[in-house]
Design a protein around this ligand. Structure first.
Ligand code: AMP
Length: 357
């Protein structure tokens, strides 16, 4: 058995948003101290032991940060490769670099997933307008053009519903390397949150059913209304991805439910918005699970004991929090962000709708 890091150890977290904040709280519950690295505003720093406020290009700050940590993790995947080079070797780093490289680039990600034999949308690389013809021949139309890097919440994407629109759609991506993806006809979007420990053990939560509004996650409902066989497929494929990457930590795997089975949309090498329901639905939530995984604790019990609907509070929605808090079975999480902006994730609520079905 692996000895967990001792109490008082420092868990470094790259990124200071709400995911970092909830990770820091989970780390504190296991006796650890969180150290946040974040150049901008940092809701996570409010609940952490230390905050290094510096840029990802600040070599001295990164080295000093890493030297103060017993393990380093992250809450977002777009960490520059040069920063990772600076951190390398200073402290254990989980999930590993390969997981970051795969998820930072949609083309690498698709190649990796397809290489595992998993179903993905038909796809092709686009370096410039000259590649459009061949790419769309591969994917068919309708298609979605997506920047290979730095896309999130539907940003860096353009739909092509007719061949003639393709050049204009590509122009909106402003010359960034991109991929074309065939449009997948799906009945539902689901996701699986799964974890792999330092000892190689794997645990997965029940898949949740996701609804997006304007490209941003709005609700996650568990259980997902899908046949039991698909739930099993989802968990098995997540576990294959984790094992193939020699992964340590929590991962979110987003999937489309189609007539012919599950198609993998994308993977996120971190705790995931669609896993927030675990805070009300499981003895050990995704944040504690992640901290357990990277610090050498046994993975926790992720059995779902309740039916839950997670709703994001986006922008002005946050004003509804007090009214929601008065409702039966509702757990409120606010992120402590100073400024409310349209489209900004301000908090979420988990509504327990009954015992686990
Ligand atoms: P992404 O940023 O890749 O997760 O895309 C954001 C959202 O766009 C997804 O949650 C889907 O609702 C939709 N979407 C992305 N890719 C596809 C696709 N190939 N076919 C159909 N819908 C898609």
């Amino acid at each position: 058995m692996i000895e967990p890091l001792p109490s008082g150890s420092v868990v470094g977290i790259l990124g200071g948003g709400q995911l970092g904040r909830m990770l820091a709280v989970a780390a504190s519950r296991l006796g650890y101290r969180a150290h946040i690295f974040e150049p901008g505003a940092a809701p996570a720093a409010d609940v952490a032991h230390a905050w290094t406020r510096a840029g990802y290009d600040d070599a001295d700050a990164l080295r000093t940060f890493a030297a103060s940590c017993d393990v380093v993790t992250y809450e977002f995947e777009n960490i520059p490769a040069a920063s990772l080079d600076l951190l390398a070797g200073a402290a254990p780093f989980h999930p590993n670099r390969r997981a970051l490289e795969v998820s930072q680039d949609r083309l690498t990600e698709k190649d990796f997933l397809a290489g595992l034999g998993l179903a993905v949308a038909p796809y092709a690389a686009i370096e410039g307008p000259g590649d459009l013809e061949a790419a769309l021949a591969e994917t068919g139309v309708p298609a979605i053009l997506k920047t290979r890097r730095f896309g999130y919440d539907g940003k860096g994407q353009a739909r092509v519903t007719a061949r003639e629109e393709a050049e204009a759609a590509l122009a909106t991506l402003e010359g960034a390397p991109a991929i074309a993806e065939g449009f997948v006809t799906f009945s539902k979007e689901i996701s699986v949150i799964a974890a792999r420990g330092l000892d190689g053990s794997v645990a997965a939560y029940d898949p949740g059913e996701n609804v997006h509004v304007d490209g941003i996650l709005s609700t996650t409902t568990v259980p997902a209304a899908i046949p039991a066989a698909l739930r099993t497929d989802a968990v098995l494929l997540a576990s294959r991805i984790l094992t193939a990457l020699d992964y340590v930590g929590v991962m979110g795997v987003e999937l489309f439910v189609t007539r012919t089975g599950l198609v993998v949309n994308e993977i996120a090498p971190r705790v995931h918005n669609s896993g927030h329901w675990t805070q009300a639905g499981c003895a050990v939530d995704q944040f504690e699970q992640h901290v357990r995984a990277i610090t050498g604790w046994p993975l926790g019990d992720g059995t779902r004991h309740a039916d839950v609907v997670m709703e994001n509070l986006i922008g002005a929605d946050v004003a509804r929090a007090p009214a929601l808090a008065a409702e039966r079975g509702v757990q409120v999480h606010l992120y402590g962000k100073a400024e409310t902006r349209p489209g900004r994730k301000m908090g979420h609520v988990n509504r327990v709708t009954g015992p686990a079905r």
